[in-house]
Design a protein around this ligand. Sequence first.
Ligand code: HEM
Length: 468
Amino acid sequence: MATSTPTPARAERPASSPYSRDSAEEVFRRTRARELALSRLLMAFVTTGLIFMLFPGTLLGVWNLLEISGRESAGLVSPAWLEAHGHAQVFGWIGSFLLGIGLYSIPKLRGAAAQAIRAAWVCWALWTMGVALRWSATVYLWEWRLLLPLSGVLELAAFLIFFRIISEHRPQDPAKQGLEPWTWAVLTATLGFLAVVGMNVAGCFYVSLCRDSPAFPHQFDQRYVALMAWGFLVPFVWGFSAKWLSVFLGLKALRTRVLLSALAVNSSGVVLAIIGQIRPATWVFVLGTALAIVAIRVFEPRDQPAKTKGVHVSFPVFVRIAYLWLLVAALLGVGASIWDTSGGIWGASRHALTVGFISVMVLSIGPRILPAFAGMRLLWSTKLMLAALLLLSVGCTLRVFSEVLAYQGYAAWAWSVLPGSALLELAGLTAFAVNILGTFLLQPSHVSNQPVIMGIPEMLARGNPPVR
Ligand code: HEM
C-alpha cells in the first residue's frame, strides 16, 4: 500500500523498541500479523452481530408485528418477546458491532497487542454468551430466574473488559492538548452504554427475584429504552458522524462547541427521562437533535466531493435521510408524550430512531468501513448495498406512518400495511447481512499480500481509499 506517510520504522517504532534492530521486512511482517489478528477479531464481532440481528432480532420483530397486526392490538403480545427482540437488536447487533469496531480502532491494541487481543476475545465470548442466554431464557422461559441475571452479569463482565482496554488508551499525539470533539461524543455514548448494561443487570435481578415473568415492568422499561436510545445509540452515531462524515461526505468543518452543547442538552434529556419526566425529556431531545444537525452540518452544501469509491454513489443521500429520521423520531416522541393512547406513537418514534436513523446509518457507513477493517477487502456488491438501503427505507416509512394510524385507531386499513412493511425491513437487513458476509467470505484480503504501513482507521479518516 503506497501512501505518503512515514515508513513503519519511523511511524510505529519507539527508539527503545525491542524491534529497533529488526529489518524493515520483519517490521512489515509483524505489522501485517497484528493487522490480521485484529481483522479476525473484528470479523468475529461483526458476524456475531449479524446473526443476532437476523434471527433473534429481526425475525422475532417481524413475528411480533405479524401477531400485533393479526390481533389488531399491541397489548395482547407477550412483553417479554418484545423486549427479547429489542435486546437482540441493541445489544446483539449494534452492541457487538460497536465493541468490535471500538477494539479494532484503539491504537493501544495496535501496538503491544498480544495480551490485549486475548482479553478482547474473552470479551467477545462473554458478550456473545450473555446475549444468547438472555434471548433464550426470555423466549423459552427455561430456568429464566437463574439464566436472566447470569446473562446480565456476563454482559457486564464483557463490557468491563472492553472498558478496561479502552481506558488504557492515550492520545496518539501527546503534543495535542485535550480530546478531539468526536471523542467527547463517543465517551458520552460509552458511559451511556455502561449505564444501559448496568440498568439491564439491575432489571434482570429485580424480575428474577420479584416478578412472575422475565419482562421488565412497563415504567422501568420505558426509562430503560429511553436511556438505550438517547443515552447510548444516538451519541455514538453523533461521534461516528463527527469523525467520519466530514471526510466521507466532504462536509464543512464540524462546529465543535455546538456539538458539545448538543451532547450536554441530550444528556440532560436522558436524566429527565430516567427520573420519569418523560414529557419535558422529549422536548429536550428535539433541541439536542437540532443542535447536533447544526454542528455536523449534514444538510449544508458540501466543501468537497463525497468519497464514494468502493461503495454505492447514493450513500451520502441515505446519510442525510437517516438524520431526517432522527428529527422525525424526536418530534414523534413529543407527539407520543401528548397524544399516545395505544403505544403506537411511541413505537413509531422508537423505530424511526432505531430503524430509520441507527440502522440506515449502519447500512450506509458499515459498507464504507467494515470491508477495510476486515483485512482491506472491497465491498462484495455496491448494488446490494443500494437494494438494502432502499428496502429498509421504504419499509421504515410504511412502518412508522402506519403504526401511528393503526395502533391509534385513526385508520383501520393501516393494519394491513404493517406486515408488508416488516417484510421489506427484513429483506433490507438480510441484503445488508449477505453483502457483509459475502465480503468476508468471497473477497480477498489485501493485508496478506501488501505491506501495511499505517493503521487502516487512520488511513480512512484521512480519506485514503483502503485498497488500490
Ligand atoms: C424488521 C424490522 C423490525 C421489526 C418488524 C420490529 C418490530 C418491533 C415491534 C413490533 C416492537 C414492539 C413495539 C411496537 O409495537 O412498536 C418492537 C420493539 C422494539 N424494537 Fe423493533 N423491530 C424491527 C427492527 C428493530 C431494530 C433494527 C432495532 C434496533 C436497532 C429495534 C429495536 C427495538 C426496541 C429497543 C424495542 C423496544 C423493546 C422494549 O420495549 O424493551 N427494532 N420492535
